[in-house]
Design a protein around this ligand. Structure first.
Ligand SMILES: [Zn+2]
Length: 173
């Protein structure tokens, strides 16, 4: 999975690599490896179970936590574009209707549904696809049922009989 890939002929100098907390993508924890290179722009690659972030040498001496957070957030947004589109399309075909529009945006909750519009938080891609599909279906059910009433849960269960498993994953984290 190459998210940002640039070919460069510049000399690579691996001066030090810092270990960070694992970063989850689609329910799998990835290690983060930081490399300093003679480059101008931050690069990010995902290989096997490692996220490799290459930073320009000029960042070597400064606290780079903010830059790394930015790179990881950008990565989540790129994955979210693909994953949420996939889940929206899958759900649309399954239920036979669609929202007027949807948006990927940061908010207090992972998903929302207002005025026929569905919003999904980009960081939903930290979780596995079953959870992503659940959050999207949950919002689709809100297109028909505003509140968490019996009809809402009947619809949810019809399309995703084991939806409680996904709810549990979200509650336990
Ligand atoms: Zn709800």
């Amino acid at each position: 999975m190459n998210l940002v890939k640039r070919k460069t002929n510049l000399k690579t100098t691996v001066n030090k690599s810092i270990e960070r907390h694992p970063v989850p993508i689609l329910g799998i924890d990835y290690k983060v490896k930081i490399i300093y290179k003679n480059i101008k722009i931050t690069e990010l690659d995902v290989e096997n179970t490692t996220i490799k972030i290459s930073l320009p040498n000029i960042y070597k001496k400064i606290d780079n936590k903010e830059i790394l957070d930015l790179a990881i957030n950008k990565m989540y947004e790129q994955i979210a574009k693909v994953e949420i589109e996939r889940a929206m399309e899958k759900t649309r075909i399954m239920v036979g209707f669609a929202p007027e529009e949807y948006e990927i945006k940061k908010m207090k909750t992972l998903g929302s549904c207002k005025n026929n519009k569905i919003c999904i938080h980009p960081e939903i891609v930290k979780y596995n696809r079953k959870v992503i599909d659940y959050v999207v279906l949950h919002q689709y059910c809100h297109l028909k049922h505003k509140n968490h009433n019996k009809a809402f849960f009947t619809m949810l269960e019809k399309y995703l009989p084991d939806y409680k498993k996904s709810e549990e994953i979200l509650l336990n984290l």
